[in-house]
Design a protein around this ligand. Structure first.
Ligand SMILES: [Zn+2]
Ligand SMILES: [Zn+2]
Length: 367
């Protein structure tokens, strides 16, 4: 606990080593978004007007899905205010960038900027944190899921990355809509309904088979790509009492060209220290973190992080550990005993959740 520091503590120590431009918005990022937008429109027109072989349509779907995810990464940056400063322009451009993922700018800023960033990996207040054992033992559906064999659960969880962003976005809408002032709520509703209205309208214009290739499949692909990052950004890290990005975040590494196309979204620890800085400067921030706190920085290739995600359960036990409630296997988290090269677990005999009184029991008092 005494080793934990807030993101402001790190920012204050790194800022003095950064150039002044690093703290200014970078509107040039919009050119990448414009390119993605043009490709998406071209893809829609090609699928809509030309009778193509399904394999060609599939290839176009992949490209559109990749563009949808790229626009989402840009939208994230825009809505942090790192691309343009004027609030109306920020929200307008952010709405366009998040249109394919049907997430309105007001909702995103509430969910991501004001809650995920402020309360990262806090078991109650971070909307993106995974549940603790106490929580899942009180939820019938999750209790049922965790009775399935671990292997089946992991595979289903992996496949569900293809819908998780959209599902979580709808869930966050239902959670946060009440928190908006009644006068602002209609705007938030409109920002949610308009994108969905466009995509449902497109279904009637194109017909189902063309719509499947132009929108539905690209949406699943984009969900998978953005969730591959979001799932690995924090879910291997412990829950922490202090919002310390070096303890609760993971930076993944991807090929350079992927970083270019994804607006450096892989630099997540850096992003949590400087959320309002253009991601263009995150490689520089990374250099300073690795120089100052090399032993506390978590970084690994995306493929290794996804594999570690597949091999470990997603329920937190006493903040630092991950537990498989079905069998009592306990795994460490990053910085707390988890070695992605060689994932080990402790077997706790007699560990189970009691369905009747949802009381968690274990024979091992050392836990
Ligand atoms: Zn995050
Ligand atoms: Zn962010």
């Amino acid at each position: 606990m005494k080793d934990l520091h807030t993101f402001g503590w790190y920012a204050a120590r790194i800022s003095k080593h950064l150039p002044k431009e690093a703290f200014k918005p970078v509107p040039k990022r919009l050119l990448g978004g414009l390119a993605y937008l043009c490709i998406v429109i071209l893809g829609f027109l090609t699928i809509g007007f030309f009778p193509l072989h399904p394999f060609v349509n599939l290839l176009i779907s992949l490209i559109i899905g990749f563009c949808f995810s790229g626009l989402g990464f840009l939208g994230h940056e825009i809505l942090h205010g790192n691309v343009v400063k004027k609030p109306w322009l920020r929200d307008f451009l952010g709405a366009i960038a998040f249109w394919p993922l049907s997430t309105g700018p007001q909702l995103w800023r509430k969910w991501h900027n004001m809650n995920h960033h402020v309360h990262t990996q806090h078991d109650e207040n971070d909307p993106d944190a995974w549940p603790t054992l106490e929580k899942i033992s009180q939820t019938k559906f999750l209790n049922w899921i965790y009775k399935l064999p671990f292997f089946i659960r992991s595979l289903c969880a992996f496949a569900s990355l293809g819908i998780q962003f959209t599902a979580h976005s709808i869930k966050c809408f239902t959670i946060y809509i009440r928190d908006f002032h009644p006068k602002k709520q209609p705007k938030v509703w409109i920002q949610a309904i308009l994108p969905w209205g466009t995509w449902i309208g497109l279904l009637f214009v194109m017909g189902f088979s063309n719509w499947f290739f132009a929108y539905l499949l690209p949406l699943l692909i984009a969900n998978f790509i953005v969730m591959a990052y979001i799932a690995t950004n924090h879910r291997l890290n412990p829950l922490v009492p202090v919002n310390d990005p070096l303890a609760n975040s993971l930076t993944v590494t991807v090929p350079k060209w992927v970083d270019v196309l994804h607006f450096n979204f892989s630099y997540h620890t850096e992003h949590h220290i400087f959320p309002t800085m253009s991601s263009k400067y995150y490689p520089l921030v990374k250099k300073h973190i690795k120089r100052m706190w090399p032993e506390r920085y978590h970084e690994m290739p995306m493929s290794k992080a996804l594999l570690a995600l597949l091999k470990t359960p997603r329920v937190y036990y006493q903040q630092d550990d991950l537990v498989d409630p079905n069998g009592g296997k306990i795994y460490g988290s990053l910085g707390k005993g988890l070695n992605p090269e060689n994932i080990q677990h402790k077997q706790i005999d007699g560990f189970y959740t009691n369905k009747k009184d949802t009381h968690i029991q274990s024979n091992d008092k050392s836990l």
